[in-house]
Design a protein around this ligand. Structure first.
Ligand code: NI
Length: 136
């Protein structure tokens, strides 16, 4: 059966759109819609675990400048408060300023969710990427 498609409008900053198009062209992707559909599917699958019961496993990868005010202390305090869902943390000093941190998680969905939501509220993170596996 054919998929029913819906059309919607997207507003984006010009510089982001310009770079988006540059990558699409470089990667030989056919158009913006294809890439957006792919990103939407990934997002839906990434967020699905939040509605499931039971134990989930995954990682959170953070990038930040450790000179950013309070960030090192905030990250350490938060991880000490949520030790029950953290299996281990890998910290790599990428350069004089930049840090990469990968936190491996295991725990009941609400506890993992609570930790990730708290991480998202930490000021100064350059990126935060979550990969969670559920139903395994
Ligand atoms: Ni570091």
């Amino acid at each position: 059966m054919a998929e029913t498609l819906s059309r919607f409008g997207v507003t984006a900053p010009e510089d982001v759109l310009k770079e988006f198009d540059k990558h699409i062209e470089r990667d030989g992707k056919s158009n913006r819609s294809d890439v957006l559909r792919q990103l939407m599917r990934r997002y839906v699958s990434e967020e699905r675990w939040r509605e499931e019961d039971g134990v989930v496993y995954g990682t959170v990868t953070l990038m930040y400048d450790h000179h950013s005010p309070n960030i090192s202390k905030d990250l350490t305090d938060l991880q000490h408060d949520h030790g029950n869902v953290i299996i281990c943390t890998n910290h790599v000093h990428i350069s004089h300023d930049a840090c990469l941190e990968c936190i491996v998680l295991r725990g009941e969905t609400p506890k993992v969710k609570f930790f990730i939501d708290a991480l998202n509220r930490i000021k100064g993170l350059k990126s935060l990427d979550t990969v969670i596996a559920s139903g395994i």
